[in-house]
Design a binder for this molecule. Structure first.
Ligand code: SF4
Length: 375
């Protein structure tokens, strides 16, 4: 398998306390785990229990992320490169992929299958460049005139934003310099580009399956908002941590891009957007074995409008959503305050426990099962 993995690939990420500032830091993956079950978050965080990564898709995605980002970096920073030549960019990325593939130790049934899978990934690179790669490179090149392109291309480009978490500070400590009422929330994208006056954070992913309802809706108003509100409504049976954590992630990435914009003095940038590009969705792949042809379709997903609340946008002129951001602060505060009780218990037991890798050592689950059996 490939050496380098993103932290998401290692299972649940962990909140850490920054050594230099004392400001608590929480990743979006940690938030996602907390939403599924606070106890699960505790296992991953305090007891450092980790879940095995989903190896095959993760490793192949890793190869593509490295090949794509190295190709973009080369094209944006090398004098010989022709930024408007898609064939040259495709060749560069595919050459990088072949080099990485030689060191890729995934087991295949046969040499034919191994070759076939490599060709699928080469076709994926071609589809990526045709769909958005050249446009993104143009934006990266434009950004590099205002900043250093190297700073904006990963893979794994961390972005971070600071939020108020309403942490209860003891009275005697109120006068001291205090970072505990704020938290640093982090996410990872693969690169940043610009489109006009908008900075765009791009993340390369295996599939869009994790988006659930967000995959099929293009705005916040309507059932996305309703589902989000219902998740937190104690009267409702709705439990959708995937949708909520995706909206939290969008909020963190957009906040991180605003921070990046300000740190790099990108004066021409006004707004931020977050785009995910699924690369390994089998539904987007066509294989004609008789003609020995492989074609891949890629559809990027701009998540910004799924999150954007026009009322908040009208007030701030920034892509924000007060409903989501307020909940984000509350949940981050609870995670940092070590509130690990698995509530709402019945919904967690119904929706999260069956797939949880910690069920064998979780006393909440074991006791719940005993009660359920009536023994
Ligand atoms: S088994 Fe259930 S209660 Fe226990 S950590 Fe996992 S999801 Fe939470």
């Amino acid at each position: 398998m490939t050496d380098s993995r993103s932290s998401r690939d290692e299972g649940v990420d962990q909140p850490v306390h920054s050594q230099d500032t004392g400001q608590p830091t929480l990743t979006v993956d940690g938030l996602a785990a907390y939403l599924e079950c606070p106890r699960k978050f505790q296992f991953a965080h305090e007891r450092s229990l980790r879940t095995p990564p989903d190896d095959t898709a993760v490793d192949r995605l890793e190869l593509l992320r490295i090949a794509i980002c190295d190709g973009l970096r080369w094209a944006a920073t090398t004098d010989d490169a022709a930024p408007d030549d898609p064939e040259q960019l495709i060749r560069r990325m595919q050459d990088r992929l072949r080099t990485l593939w030689e060191g890729h130790s995934e087991r295949f049934h046969s040499a034919v299958q191994r070759r076939h899978e490599r060709r699928v990934m080469e076709a994926t690179i071609e589809a990526y460049v045709d769909h958005c790669g050249i446009d993104h490179l143009e934006g990266i090149t434009s950004l590099s005139t205002q900043s250093t392109a190297r700073e904006l291309i990963g893979p794994t480009l961390p972005v971070a934003t600071t939020v108020q978490i309403g942490h209860n500070v003891p009275d005697e400590e109120q006068s001291a310099p205090d970072h505990r009422s704020t938290a640093r929330l982090t996410a990872e994208i693969d690169y940043a580009t610009v489109d006009g006056s908008t900075i765009v954070g791009v993340k390369l992913l295996p599939t869009p399956a994790h988006l659930g309802l967000l995959r099929y809706r293009n705005r916040w108003d309507g059932d996305v908002e309703q589902e989000f509100r219902d998740h937190f409504d104690s009267e409702s049976e709705t439990f959708d941590p995937g949708l909520v954590s995706s909206l939290f992630e969008i909020s963190v990435v957009l906040g991180g891009l605003r921070t990046l914009r300000d740190q790099l003095n990108l004066d021409s940038v006004r707004t931020c957007r977050y785009v995910q590009v699924p690369l390994l969705d089998r539904q987007d792949r066509t294989v004609n074995r008789f003609r020995d042809q492989i074609s891949v379709d890629i559809e990027s997903i701009d998540l910004t409008d799924r999150y954007l609340d026009h009322h908040t946008f009208g007030l701030t002129h920034e892509h924000r959503n007060r409903t989501v951001d307020d909940r984000l602060q509350t949940i981050a505060g609870r995670a940092i305050d070590a509130e690990y009780e698995p509530v709402p218990w019945e919904l967690i037991r119904r929706e999260s426990c069956s797939d949880c890798p910690y069920s064998v050592c979780c006393s909440d689950y074991i006791e719940g099962e005993v009660r359920f059996d009536g023994k």
